[in-house]
Design a protein around this ligand. Sequence first.
Ligand code: 2IT
Length: 446
Amino acid sequence: MSYVSEQLEALRAKNANQPEFLQTATEVLTSLEPVFDANPEYEKNAIIERITEPERQVIFRVPWVDDNGKVQVNRGFRVQFSSALGPYKGGLRFDPSVNISVIKFLGFEQIFKNSLTGLPIGGGKGGADFNPVGKSDMEIMRFCQSFMTELFRHIGPNTDVPAGDMGVGGREIGYMMGQYKRIRDCYDGTLTGKGTANGGLAGRAEATGYGIVFYAREMLKHFGEEIKGKTVVVSGFGNVTWGTVQKLDQLGAKVITISGPDGYILDEDGVTGDKIDYLLELRASGKNICSPYAEKYPNAKFFKGEKPWGVKADLYIPCATQNEIRIDDAKAMVANGTKFLCEGSNMPTTNEAIEYLQSNGVVVGPSKAANAGGVACSCIEMSQNAEHTIFTEEDVYKKLEAIMVNIFKQSVAACEKYNLGDNLVAGANIAGFERVAQAMLIQGIC
Ligand code: 2IT
């Protein structure tokens, strides 16, 4: 039995109730087989055993009082997965689906994603099973303050630097930062994704989406195509979707769908100009996105409770959540003759769907690479705070673009080194892994 198979079996036995974590571990480790074959010192140094076991996992009670005076309790998490490359870095997700498996999957992916940026950041993730939908602003504030009243003791600018993820944006980061500062008496840039009035980085909100589109542009260019004029199906409606849609529009691609919890809209005229601003307005309202959009723009069709993957497009960019593309969706994409899928959200495609797409000639750009622009800009925010300075939006976008181009190049180089053809999923895993593994060897058994 190979080192990878043996370790996957051990992981399954040890983490039987963590399907999301096992899914990413299987995807990553399987693609690393050729690396372990070529580098026996990794097995000798138990790299898999160590990299799959978080350095530390904190689970804590988050009590808060709702607007009716009722006491509520949520479960908070922070998984500090790997500090081989720098302080733990990764977002906080507030969503009812959050559990230890989801946070471990996100934290594990973050190790390789952060490595791909080439910046000095380790991997971590956290969050809570708190549902922000329908909560008042004061409820959100009380929740964030209670969450930070425990989390503060585990984080710091050189220890662990959380940011946002689903359900955590500038507002939540602001409340958490206020509480952190109050408890620690320290304005030290421990959280990223802050508002610009608050030490935040200009352009951080758009960075993930912009980066995804830069990556998609490089991917298309590599296969002799250009993003301009392409028809694109996008899912989601959050920050990532917004930045993605905006940059696609700027580069002359036509976005024809977006989706929300209520379904999706198909707008053959293109989601463009003031429609993008309207989306932002809807999102800020905390209400459904799609039905009001279709009411305001009658040419757009609303498909209640459905996902957009059956719509024909040149390029698909999922930006909602994990496992939003399953085998039947992959089949629909192939039947529609697409050549490209660029993952925006973390692990949007099941392993079965990735295999089907790849074996039917669809190039898959993996989220670890494609959405790394968000965390890369978080790291730029860390350096802005450490230098007590302010970078311009222009500086940020220039750095972001260079980082995304470099991530694509590294992934292609790994494909060439290990003869993997167009398998950019494996290329990204390998390029990300090799930097972490080298750092782990240098640091000894720890
Ligand atoms: O998934 C991600 O990379 C994020 N949610 C952003 C993490 C960060 O630290 O900016």
